[in-house]
Design a protein around this ligand. Structure first.
Ligand SMILES: [Zn+2]
Length: 133
């Protein structure tokens, strides 16, 4: 295995919301390291050494595998345990505090977007969701 390629695949999968691929990459890298394989370089452009790299990579592998598992466990891709903060991707309107309330109000296309700065989910508010139909 190329641990650096697996690390990069984890980063790409997270940003692309490819949860099955994230889970595979995280488990694969974790297994590799647990069998004595060298960790990936975790800080671009800096040589941190295997103690740092293994600790950081191992923590992120556990986090990523757990998060991907929770996303995949929910029929709507809404991971259990993640605070529900929602904004409209068209107008930035703020949604209600739960997925069920958002659906009841007419929000559509709600997606988990963990790379967001101010919210964990993006969707279309009732006004913008109905514009598209
Ligand atoms: Zn809107």
């Amino acid at each position: 295995m190329d641990p650096q390629a697996a690390w990069q695949l984890m980063i790409d999968s997270f940003q692309e919301h490819d949860w099955p691929q994230l889970l595979d990459a995280a488990e694969g890298l974790q297994n590799w390291m647990s069998r004595g394989g060298c960790p990936p370089a975790t800080v671009p452009g800096r040589r941190m050494g295997s103690l740092w790299d293994e600790q950081l990579a191992s923590s992120i592998c556990r986090f990523a595998a757990d998060l991907a598992t929770r996303v995949l466990a929910d029929a709507n891709g809404i991971p259990d345990g993640v605070p529900f903060s929602l904004s409209c991707c068209e107008c930035d309107a703020e949604g209600p505090g739960t997925f069920a309330e958002a659906i009841a109000e007419g929000w559509t296309g709600i997606e988990f977007t963990p790379e967001g700065l101010a919210e964990n989910f993006f969707g279309l508010c009732p006004q913008h969701g109905s514009d598209e139909e």
